[in-house]
Design a protein around this ligand. Structure first.
Ligand SMILES: [Zn+2]
Length: 339
């Protein structure tokens, strides 16, 4: 584990391990990690205006380098687009976290990852604190079956992957001998990496040790799980009135992983159900801060960041039971194959 990060977490844990609840007397925590795929100022700008207006500060990922023509997601704006860069910088000034979703829309070798990280720091003014792997990029770190730790879930994962878009793909960000290796860079600069996704609004139910370190994946300082809300339909299903109320009553934690480019805004008009649910949620006594700020706080509440083996096994088992026999399980499992 990165020494500086480890020492800071341990010091915080010693002083604050008895803390309960959230800062400012808030009863639950809710935030969003927005995957940048297909995002433009036009299709996510209105979403962020709403979030800003109601007081939600979340995390927006970006690509610091321009798109390569042979990659996918060519519609996505990057920090090389001046209008989009201005939009992202404005969000940053407003208190939104800007994070990394890989450095571009296609595979990156180590030198490209390094260049992208430096470009991020140059344009945003600081290095990213959180990161999520992008789709099928080869430099993805501990991706594919390596997202799991237990043998049987890994095999299940490979079966699903073989039948889907991840067939034949290799992910080598953690493979020292690969030209796509950047694990040491990740460990030095990135504090939090997103991993598994659950169809559950309260992550305390499935991953109470959040964030956590997994000693079997030494290039990642801390992992965080997230809640399934990949597009506007699944987002609204997850933050339904009943689920909002349950998150509040359980004093829970929610980090939705979504793509705000996927149906939240059409022709400049926000999805009405999404807007209603966000306004309803924002009126509750929640702590609405970006992902890294929330995870920093959660770290201070524990004396040990190593995930207990039983909990790690349970998270893997939960996915193992999600076989593609039903539409619900297909969605949940496939959401962890390439998203
Ligand atoms: Zn992506």
């Amino acid at each position: 584990m990165n020494v500086a990060i480890s020492q800071r977490a341990t010091a915080c844990a010693r002083t604050s391990s008895r803390t309960s609840g959230f800062p400012q007397g808030k009863t639950f925590a809710f935030t969003v990690f927005d995957d940048t795929d297909n995002s433009t100022v036009e299709n996510v700008g209105p979403v962020y205006r709403l979030l800003s207006e109601v007081g939600l500060r979340t995390t927006k990922s970006v690509w610091p380098l321009g798109n390569v023509s042979w990659g996918r997601f060519l519609w996505t704006a990057t920090l090389q687009d001046s209008d989009y860069l201005a939009f992202v910088r404005q969000l940053h000034r407003q208190g939104f976290e800007i994070s990394l979703h890989g450095v571009c829309n296609h595979d990156a070798t180590r030198d490209v990852v390094w260049a992208g990280l430096q470009e991020f720091a140059h344009l945003i003014g600081e290095y990213p604190r959180s990161y999520s792997n992008h789709s099928l990029n080869r430099e993805n770190i501990y991706w594919g079956a390596e997202r799991l730790t237990r043998t049987v879930p890994k095999l299940c994962y490979k079966v699903v992957a073989l039948a889907g878009c991840a067939k034949g793909r290799k992910f080598e960000g953690h493979t020292v001998s690969s030209p796509h290796f950047w694990g040491d860079i990740c460990r030095q600069y990135i504090k939090y990496v997103r991993n598994l996704v659950f169809d559950e609004i309260n992550l305390n139910r499935v991953n109470p040790t959040l964030p956590f370190h997994d000693p079997s994946k030494p290039f990642v300082n801390y992992w965080f799980s997230s809640s399934l809300g990949a597009d506007v339909a699944s987002f609204c299903k997850l933050v339904s009135e009943a689920n909002q109320d349950r998150l509040e009553s359980e004093k829970g934690v929610c980090i939705i992983y979504t793509h705000f480019s996927k149906g939240f805004c059409d022709g400049g008009v926000l999805n009405r159900r999404f807007e209603y649910l966000v306004r309803r949620l924002a009126a509750k006594g929640g702590w609405f801060v970006p992902v890294s700020e929330l995870l920093d706080f959660l770290l201070t509440r524990r004396s040990d960041a190593i995930i207990p083996p039983a909990e790690l096994a349970a998270t893997n088992r939960k996915l193992r039971t999600l076989r593609p026999a039903t539409s619900r399980s297909t969605t949940a499992f496939s959401s962890n194959v390439a998203r």
